[in-house]
Design a protein around this ligand. Structure first.
Ligand code: ZN
Length: 139
């Protein structure tokens, strides 16, 4: 008897598992003794090394591979939203403090003090958007 034949003979039990998320039924071919060993505390990768990661996850958490991917995707989307929020905050800070930096650099370069008020801040925003617009239309 070859090892391959022995393995196929060993998987004599069909364990029916229902995914708790999509309620699909999965039939896992396992060895009954291996299943008992796992239930009694043997780590699943040692008890049933012939199962794929998805099949093991089905037995452990009643979650199929597709539903795991779906759950993981939601996690990724959450991270992306957080990144977008951070970018908006950074752009907002640049708009807030951009004019202040402009006044500061003018003060240092030309020794000319500009009072930082709402009017001068607004004027700097207009100036910067004009300069920025001219720069981007050239390119
Ligand atoms: Zn599922």
């Amino acid at each position: 008897m070859t090892t391959e034949e022995a393995n196929s003979l060993e998987r004599d039990h069909v364990e029916l598992v229902i995914c708790q998320h999509c309620l699909r039924k999965f039939e896992l071919k396992v060895n009954k003794a291996d299943l008992v060993a796992w239930v009694k505390g043997t780590k699943i990768q040692f008890a049933m090394p012939y199962l794929t990661d998805d099949e093991r996850e089905l037995l452990i958490s009643q979650t199929c591979g597709e539903c795991w991917d779906e759950l993981f995707k939601e996690d990724e989307a959450g991270t992306t939203d957080y990144g977008c929020l951070l970018a908006i905050v950074i752009v907002g800070l640049l708009i807030m403090f951009g004019p202040w930096l402009l006044f500061w650099s003018i003060g240092v370069l030309f020794d000319y003090h500009i009072e930082f008020t709402f009017r001068t801040w607004l004027a700097a925003i207009v100036l910067m958007s004009l300069v920025g617009g001219a720069g981007s239309s050239k390119s």
